[in-house]
Design a protein around this ligand. Structure first.
Ligand SMILES: Cc1ncc(C[n+]2csc(CCOP(=O)(O)OP(=O)(O)O)c2C)c(N)n1
Length: 613
C-alpha cells in the first residue's frame, strides 16, 4: 500500500476501484508502487471480494458526509487499512476539510489529543483506529476520558466477515467484537450491520457522547462496508442532542431554601462548568449568595482571583457539591456537626461496575441526579426570589470576610513562591511566574501541567484558560492533550502554554512531531526534574517506613543518567527549542523568544531543568 503522504496528487490514471480491492494497480500507480514497494514478498493478489461499484459513490463518502453533518472538524488517526475507505474519502472526496486528517504517531496520542480538543471546543473530533491493535493502544487515553467525562468519538476499522479477511494480518487485526475491551469505559458502542445502521449509529453515538454525563463512544466500521455502493437515497439522520437534565423545580426550591438560610454555605466544584456559560453561572451563583467556592479544577469552574475563590467545607453549615467527585469525607464530617450536604451531579445517571471512579459512597442530605450547569439558572433565580433585604445584608458581610481570608491565602502563596527563587535547578514557582510575566497581557490558555503554582497565582478568568488534568491520572496524557487543546485554540488566536513533566512526555513524544507538522502554536516549558518524581516520593515513604536506605531513588524512578536532551529531541521532531536551562536568570529571555515563535504559529519547546516539584 502506498502512503498518501508520498503520493502528492493521486497518480493518473488512478487505481481503479476493482484493482484497489484486489491489491493490483495499473498505469502510473503501478509504477509508483513498484518504485516504493519494499523488497519483501507480497501476498498473492486475492480474488475480488467486493464487486466494483456500479458507478455510485463509495459508502465511505456517505460516511464522511455523516461526519460532516456532525461537524467533526478533524480526524486524528494513525493510518490503517481497516478504515482506509474512510481515510481516502476524507482526503479525496471531502478535500481534507471538515474533517481534516491529522497524522498521529500512536492511538493513545490520537485519543488524548481529542480529549484536549474537546475540553476547549466542547465537542469531539473523529478519531479512527485499527481494530484490536489500535483499540489496545487507544485504551488508556479512553479511560482518561471516561473518568473525566470527555466526549470522544472513536471509529474502529475492522474486517467483520471472516471470509473477507485476506490473510494472516487481517485475522490478527480483526475481532468478533472489537469494542469488547473498551466497553467498561465507554458510554456506548455498536458494530453496525448495514449502511443504514451505520448512519443511525454514527449520529446516535455523537448524541450519547454529548449528553451529560459526557463520555467516550466507539463504533466499528466494517472494512468491506466502506467499499460498498451508497444508495442514492441514503439518508443522514438529523442530529438532536438532548437538553442536559436539570434538577426539578421541587428540588431547586429546597436547595435554594437551605442555601439562603445558611450562615456559611460553601460551594464545591470539580467539573461543574462544562462551558464558558457554566463559568459565568458559577460566578453569578457565588456572588448572589456571597459564598466561597472551593474549586478542585477538573475544569476551570471559577476565576482563580475572584474574591470568593476559596473557602473550607470543614467550616460550612451547608455544602453545595456541584459535579464534585469524591465528597464522602466532606459528607461524613458534615454529618458529625449537623451540617447539610447537597450534591448535584449527572454522574448518577450513568455508572458502570468494574472501573470505580464513583469513589466512596457519600452520605449526603440531598442527592440530585442532574447536570449541575443546567441546574444553575433556576437555582440562582430561586435564591434571588427567596433572599430578603436582611439576608442580602448578611450575605454582603459574609462576602467581605471571605474576600479578606482569600486575599491572605493569595499573599501566602506569593511568599511561598519566593522560596528558592534563585535556586538552580529552577524552582517550579519561578518557572511558573516567569511564564506568567510574559503571558499576562496576551490571550492565553494553560493547556497542561500538574505544577500547581499557576492555579495558585495566575489570574484565570475564562473557561478555556485551563482544561484540568488527566481524568484517570494516566501518565502520557499531558503532552498529546496539550497539542489537541492548542490545535483547538489555534483558530481563536490564543497562545497555548504547557508546563510539561518529563516522564509524561517520554510516553508519547510523537505528539511533538504532530504539533510541528500542523503548526500548532504551543509553548512547552519542560518541568524536567529528571525523575518520575511522584513515584520517588512513594519510594521514599516506603523506605522510611521500613527504616531502609533511600539511596536507590535513581533506580527505577530516575530519568537522568543519561540525561534526556529535550531541546534536541524537539528539534529532531521539527520544533524550535532552547535549553537545557538550569539558571533561572536565562528563563525570561528564552520565554520571550518562545512566545515570539508561537505568535508566528509554530510550537516551541524550552527545556528547563527544575526542582522536583
Ligand atoms: C500509565 C501510568 N503508569 C504509571 C503511573 C504511576 N505514576 C504516577 S506519577 C508518575 C511519575 C510521572 O513522572 P513525570 O511525568 O516526570 O512527573 P513528576 O512526578 O516527575 O512531576 C508515575 C510513573 C501512572 N500514573 N500512569
Amino acid at each position: 500500500m502506498i502512503g498518501y503522504r508520498h503520493m502528492g496528487k493521486p497518480p493518473e490514471p488512478a487505481v481503479d476501484r476493482r484493482s484497489f480491492l484486489t491489491g493490483a494497480a495499473t498505469g502510473a500507480a503501478a509504477a509508483l508502487i513498484a518504485k516504493q514497494a519494499p523488497a519483501v514478498a507480497q501476498p498473492a493478489a486475492a480474488e475480488p471480494v467486493v464487486q466494483a461499484s456500479d458507478g455510485g459513490r463509495p459508502a465511505s463518502d456517505f460516511m464522511v458526509d455523516i461526519f460532516k453533518s456532525l461537524d467533526l472538524e478533524y480526524m486524528f488517526s494513525m493510518c490503517a487499512s481497516s478504515f482506509m475507505g474512510i481515510h481516502e474519502s476524507v482526503l479525496n472526496y471531502a478535500g481534507n476539510k471538515n474533517p481534516q486528517s491529522i497524522t498521529c504517531t500512536h492511538e493513545e496520542i490520537s485519543v488524548a489529543m481529542a480529549n484536549g480538543y474537546a475540553k476547549i471546543e466542547g465537542k469531539p473530533v473523529l478519531v479512527c483506529a485499527h481494530a484490536t491493535v489500535g483499540a489496545q493502544h487507544a485504551a488508556m487515553a479512553l479511560y482518561d476520558a471516561w473518568c473525566d467525562r470527555v466526549p470522544i468519538y472513536l471509529v474502529l476499522g475492522n474486517t467483520n466477515d471472516a471470509a473477507d479477511r485476506q490473510g494472516e494480518v487481517f485475522w490478527l487485526h480483526s475481532a468478533q467484537d472489537p469494542c469488547a475491551m473498551l466497553r467498561e469505559f465507554t458510554k456506548w458502542d455498536d458494530n453496525p450491520a448495514s449502511l443504514t445502521h451505520f448512519a443511525e449509529s454514527a449520529v446516535r453515538a455523537y448524541k450519547i457522547a454529548m449528553t451529560p454525563p459526557m463520555g467516550p463512544v466507539a463504533i466499528v466500521v466494517d472494512e468491506k462496508m466502506q467499499e460498498e455502493h451508497a444508495p442514492a437515497d441514503a439518508r443522514i439522520p438529523a442530529l438532536n442532542v438532548p437538553t442536559p437534565p436539570a434538577a426539578d423545580s421541587g428540588a431547586i426550591a429546597e436547595v435554594a431554601r437551605l442555601l439562603v438560610a445558611a450562615e456559611n454555605p460553601v460551594i464545591l466544584a470539580s467539573r461543574a462548568a462544562r462551558t464558558p456559560a457554566g463559568l459565568r453561572l458559577m460566578v453569578e451563583l457565588a456572588e448572589t449568595l456571597q459564598a466561597g467556592v472551593v474549586d478542585s479544577r477538573r475544569r476551570l469552574n471559577f476565576p482563580t482571583r475572584h474574591p470568593l475563590a476559596g473557602g473550607s467545607a470543614a467550616e460550612a453549615d451547608v455544602v453545595l457539591a456541584l459535579e464534585a467527585g469524591d465528597i464522602a469525607n466532606v459528607a461524613r464530617q458534615a454529618r458529625q456537626r449537623n451540617a447539610k450536604v447537597i450534591s448535584i451531579t449527572a454522574a448518577h445517571l450513568f455508572q458502570r461496575s468494574n472501573y470505580q471512579d464513583f469513589m466512596r459512597y457519600a452520605e449526603v442530605d440531598m442527592s440530585i441526579a442532574a447536570d449541575a450547569e443546567a441546574s444553575l439558572p433556576a437555582l440562582i433565580e430561586e435564591i434571588r426570589r427567596l433572599s430578603t433585604d436582611a439576608r442580602r445584608e448578611a450575605f454582603r458581610q459574609r462576602g467581605v470576610r471571605i474576600a479578606e481570608a482569600n486575599r491572605r491565602t493569595l499573599e501566602q502563596a506569593r511568599v511561598d513562591a519566593s522560596h528558592g527563587w534563585d535556586a538552580s535547578p529552577v524552582s517550579t514557582a519561578r518557572l511558573s511566574m516567569e511564564l506568567w510575566a510574559a503571558l499576562r497581557n496576551e490571550d492565553w490558555s494553560y493547556v497542561t501541567g500538574w505544577v500547581n503554582w499557576p492555579l495558585r497565582l495566575w489570574d484565570f478568568t475564562q473557561h478555556h484558560q485551563y482544561i484540568g488534568r488527566a481524568g484517570a491520572e494516566g501518565v502520557g496524557y499531558y503532552a498529546p492533550a496539550s497539542v489537541g487543546a492548542a490545535l483547538a485554540n489555534k483558530k481563536h488566536g490564543r497562545i497555548s502554554v504547557s508546563i510539561q513533566p518529563d516522564g509524561d512526555l517520554m510516553v508519547a513524544p510523537g505528539a511533538l512531531w504532530t504539533a510541528a507538522k500542523y503548526q500548532v502554536p504551543l509553548l512547552i516549558l519542560m518541568q524536567n526534574n529528571r525523575a518520575y518524581h511522584q513515584e520517588v516520593m512513594w519510594f521514599q515513604r516506603a523506605a522510611l517506613m521500613r527504616n531502609r536506605s533511600l539511596d536507590l531513588t535513581q533506580e527505577g524512578f530516575g530519568l537522568g543518567l543519561p540525561n534526556i536532551d529535550f531541546a534536541k529531541m524537539a528539534e529532531s521532531l521539527g520544533l524550535g527549542s532552547s535549553g537545557p536551562i538550569s539558571d533561572p536568570k536565562e528563563l525570561a529571555a528564552a520565554i520571550r523568544r518562545g512566545i515570539g515563535v508561537v505568535k508566528r504559529g509554530e510550537p516551541y519547546l524550552i527545556d528547563v531543568v527544575t526542582q522536583p516539584r
